[in-house]
Design a binder for this molecule. Sequence first.
Ligand code: 3PY
Ligand code: MG
Length: 238
Amino acid sequence: MNNLQQQVRGGAVLRGLWQNLPGPEAAEIARNAGFDWLVIDGEHGAWAPAEIRARLIAAPEAVVRVPVGETWILKQALDLGARTVLVPMVDTAEQAAEAVAACRYPPDGVRGVGAMVARAGGWGADGGYLARANAEVSVWVQAESRAALTNLEAICATDGVDCVFIGPADLAWDMGLRPDDPAVMDAMRDAIRRIDAAGCAPGIFAADPETWIDAGARVVCMGSDAMVLTAGLAALAR
Ligand code: 3PY
Ligand code: MG
């Protein structure tokens, strides 16, 4: 069973951390800190399988953000042991459906069958993995453009999408505005309401998580380990 998936589907409010610093030690520190969930960020960090694997060993339930929603990259993330994946830049229901298909073994999808020789299947020791995987792999997609907001209901209706996660930085840049511009805030508030109404868990990256939880977000990322370390060290140096 994938506990994070169960919590998300059950409507829990979950406060998380983006994990950008490389190395298993940083992942271990993040895991021990007490967040409800973690993201290993492979979009704005090195997409190096050995690096992702080392961090998954340190933080086994971490969500893996892939750099792009390509079928082969999602297969790699899952075979490395990720049970929840976050797919950036999903603008259409077709892209969402492709991401879900990449995470499902046939006949439900197109994931290549190799977990019996990979970490996901315990290097062959976990004989039940292949039968369980389609049900216990959770797919989260990011809505972070004007196109995605236009197509939001269709993206949410895609079978197998558990969470639709707003990316404020990319959305703001796509709108030609700053993330704290009132028009961006309004668009994000409206998106959270629509994601919820469509039956998905609304997620967002927010330095002020309680504001966005009040607005209806349930999967909230409170910051990044890199940002915390940078700010903390600068404060200490001062
Ligand atoms: C964004 O802000 O664009 C992200 O992807 C993460 O929050
Ligand atoms: Mg983004």
